[in-house]
Design a protein around this ligand. Structure first.
Ligand SMILES: *Cc1c(COP(=O)(O)O)cnc(C)c1O
Length: 435
């Protein structure tokens, strides 16, 4: 059975059992652009943006959706997010530079990160970034000084850590007490940070942010953390905290495998908005602007990686390795945190899955495996293998390990395709080297 739930909205299988995305035959895309290649379906991308904007605004008109760039961004994608009315989260000077290059209005850009450098903060303040989400006492002092030097008052949010475990992988859990991110509410640091921020002459505290981790398949952590943080914030009203913005972060889950059923966007919206409304009513608090920061859940489902099968090694009674021409250099997630994926043979999608194989990459690490012990139709060298739900945290974490050039990014729509990032060349690999 074709796992439709993990593929882009436009994915279909034609009469010959070939995978079509955005009206384009993936076998032809692999031929034209070479492999590995990442295919992004523009319809899915825009549908996901619209579902976040519409589902939240339907319940709570004062919602601003900020796309979390670290999931993956480049100038062409930034233009699409801008067209869809989204703002941006950035976590580095590099992401900020892309936002700026793409003509993104910087007042809709929020700067996150646990250790922004003085250089990054100076650029952000001077360029007029919308908000800096302050993450440490060091940053409070540094940013206040930088804003003072620039003759500005910088709008900020404070990132608090509510101490709520969203039950995801330990590497992607961020809102608990043992985390490098944010000011802990439990330890008293968050209270101290709010008081310090309110006393800074060149900072204007607009509200609080938290981000629990990712991907979060449960609704309850959002409900619990929203209530906890709002109640915490209410305690500082007399000291001058006006919560005009409230940001419960991102972390919305997507399906990576056929059996996963993440909550719909409407369910996340209902949970967060109803908790926000009832808690504010209970506390007699004015309703703030709601900031939502999806990354994975927007770009993840839009992306499909295509690889070509090369060597096949059968170790009788042990394992059958099917090696492809990409791997951990373009998708580190299985090696980094045991991420799992569906795998589809793009030219044999109507054939029975008859053998158990492990899809290995071409990198010199035994841990370079994209999918372990999955069922496929009989694999042959030259087959095109599609790995869906790979739009998020794959291209953005890609490396040049083994000096493999990073793959191109191709946008498909209505039967047409266009390169939005070309394949790297060998010259690119040596661009920064000096002899
Ligand atoms: C990573 C991150 C996000 C986005 O997380 P997703 O799981 O991609 O939705 C949002 N906000 C902050 C602060 C983040 O660090």
């Amino acid at each position: 059975m074709f796992p439709q739930n993990v593929f882009p909205d436009t994915a279909e299988i034609n009469q010959q059992g070939q995978l079509i995305i955005g009206g384009c035959n993936t076998l032809e895309l692999a031929e034209e652009y070479g492999t590995p290649v990442y295919i992004f379906d523009e319809a899915t991308l825009r549908n996901r943006c619209r579902s976040f904007v519409n589902e939240f605004r339907k319940l709570y008109p004062a919602t601003q959706v900020l796309y979390a760039s670290k999931a993956y961004i480049n100038p062409a994608l930034a233009k699409i997010f801008h067209e869809e009315g989204l703002g941006l989260d950035v976590v580095s000077g590099g992401e900020l530079a892309v936002a700026q290059y793409a003509g993104f209005p910087l007042e809709k850009v929020y700067f996150h990160g646990n250790n922004k450098t003085p250089h990054e903060l100076t650029e952000a303040v001077e360029q007029g970034i919308g908000r800096v989400v302050v993450d440490s006492f060091h940053e409070l002092d540094l940013l206040n000084q930088i804003a003072a030097d620039a003759g500005k008052v910088q709008d900020i949010l404070i990132r608090v850590s509510p101490g709520i475990d969203p039950h995801t992988h330990v590497y992607t859990t961020t809102g608990i007490i043992d985390s490098k991110f944010g000011f802990s509410i439990q330890t008293g640091d968050a209270a101290k940070a709010i008081r310090q921020a309110l006393a800074k002459s060149n900072l204007k505290l607009k509200g609080l942010h938290f981000h629990l981790g990712s991907p979060i398949f449960e609704l309850d952590p959002y409900r619990a953390a929203t209530e906890l943080v709002l109640k915490f914030a209410a305690g500082f009203r007399e000291e001058g905290l006006e919560m005009t913005e409230f940001s419960p972060g991102g972390g919305f889950a997507i399906a990576y495998t056929h059996d996963q059923e993440p909550p719909a966007v409407a369910e996340y919206a209902e949970t967060i908005v109803s908790t926000l409304q009832s808690t504010c009513a209970e506390l007699g608090m004015e309703l703030p602007t709601l900031l939502i920061e999806p990354g994975r859940s927007i770009i993840g489902p839009a992306g499909v990686a295509l690889y070509r099968v090369g060597a096949i090694k059968d170790i009788p009674g042990v394992r059958k390795y099917v090696s492809v021409d990409g791997g951990m250099g373009d998708n580190i997630r299985p090696a980094l945190y045991q991420a799992t994926y569906e795998v589809v043979s793009a030219g044999k999608a109507n054939q029975e899955s008859v053998e158990k194989v492990t899809i290995a990459g071409k990198y010199c690490e035994s841990g370079d495996v994209l999918a372990s012990d999955i069922m496929l139709p009989t694999a042959e060298s030259g087959d095109i293998i599609a790995i869906p739900a790979s739009g998020a945290y794959c291209p953005s974490m890609a490396s040049n390990y083994n000096l493999n050039p990073r793959p191109p990014m191709v946008l498909v729509k209505d039967g047409k395709s266009r390169v939005i990032r070309r394949r790297e060349s060998y010259q690119d690999l040596m661009l920064c080297d000096i002899t």
